[in-house]
Write a protein that binds this ligand. Structure first.
Ligand SMILES: [Mn+2]
Length: 334
């Protein structure tokens, strides 16, 4: 029977997790006739449907927990792994030992939010709990941590993408057909990143994405302006799906914050972020989640966003101008 591996879709760590889990399962557990891959995307609010599971064994990697009895293996490292407190209790009950015997689920379901990447978590559990030797995966594990943890040495590494792993991540993040990532996953544990990029079905996707990246970089260069440690940037005359959040620091490495106003067909969005390379101690940084919450948005301490209707561009501009003024004022008073 096929073994289904469900992974975080369009995510480098999700694909690497599926690859490393497969290698571990094949070498240590065995018994599957073949492995099939299926990407999972975040749905607003609701829990996952039961339809995602196959008739045989199922693993979820780098994605949320499910209480379904069809789930055999689970690995995740996201703080937000549980939709509800009841789901966390279900997981914890499975971890408790049963009359002195470790529960079945305790050896199949693993959660550790201290891991930078889920790929690293799977490799460590495989080694420490099952005696597996994840040989030859050093480069894969290194890049899963760098990319999922945004631990780039500097903005050049993040923006120029000279390392082959960065271009592999780019094609995975931008894959739009469901057959592409399942073809890449088996390659991740069987050949170096540079060789993956040479595969014709991968190579043909790099050039157009690279061109788009260059155009977006140039647009940010034209629009961004730095004043008092804050880069502000507005792209409202065209639709922008996503901006590379590292590019502003590529042009302005000394900036502490970036605030961008962009729009898509369905909404106008303010994105606020802190430079990952700031030398400033955490205590000297503004909590951007709090800033965004004041205007009906949210996020984390270092990055946040506020959404408006597609027509509310003027309102978004006014709010962005207020936030920019506050952040600049704060920077001047330092
Ligand atoms: Mn991850």
């Amino acid at each position: 029977m096929n073994f289904r591996v469900l992974h975080h879709n369009n995510c480098f760590d999700g694909a690497c997790s599926a690859a490393v889990f497969t290698k571990f399962h094949r070498e240590v557990i065995g018994g599957a006739s073949a492995y099939e891959y299926c990407g999972l995307a975040h749905q607003p609010g609701g829990a996952m449907s039961q339809d995602i599971f196959g008739p045989g064994e199922n693993a979820i990697v780098d994605f949320k927990y499910s209480t379904s009895p069809k789930l055999t293996w689970w690995f995740d490292h996201h703080e937000s792994a549980f939709f509800t407190p009841e789901m966390r209790q279900h997981f914890e009950a499975g971890q408790r030992s049963d009359e002195g015997h470790p529960g079945e689920r305790a050896n199949r379901h693993f959660f550790n939010p201290h891991y930078i990447s889920c790929t690293g978590l799977i490799a460590d559990i495989g080694r420490d709990r099952f005696g597996w030797r994840p040989d030859g995966l050093e480069d894969l594990l290194k890049w899963a941590d760098i990319i999922d943890g945004a631990r780039f040495e500097n903005a050049e590494a993040a923006v120029e993408m000279k390392a082959p792993a960065m271009k592999v991540a780019m094609v995975i993040e931008n894959a739009q057909t469901s057959d592409f990532i399942p073809r890449v996953i088996p390659l991740l544990t069987s050949m170096p990143f540079a060789e993956i990029l040479e595969q014709p079905f991968v190579r043909e996707r790099v050039a157009p994405l690279w061109e788009r990246h260059e155009l977006s970089k140039e647009l940010i260069r034209q629009r961004a302006n730095l004043e008092d440690g804050v880069v502000s940037l507005e792209i409202l005359d065209r639709e922008t799906e996503s901006l590379n959040k590292f590019v502003p620091y590529y042009f302005y490495p000394e900036a502490t914050y970036t605030i961008a106003v962009t729009r898509t067909k369905t909404r106008t969005k303010i994105s606020v972020g802190t430079s990952p390379w700031t030398q400033r101690p955490v205590t000297g940084l503004v909590n951007l989640s709090e800033v965004c919450e004041r205007y009906g948005g949210g996020g984390h301490a270092r990055v946040g966003a506020i959404s408006f209707g597609a027509e509310d561009t003027e309102k978004a501009r006014a709010v962005a101008a207020e936030i920019v003024a506050d952040l600049r004022e704060g920077e001047r008073q330092r």
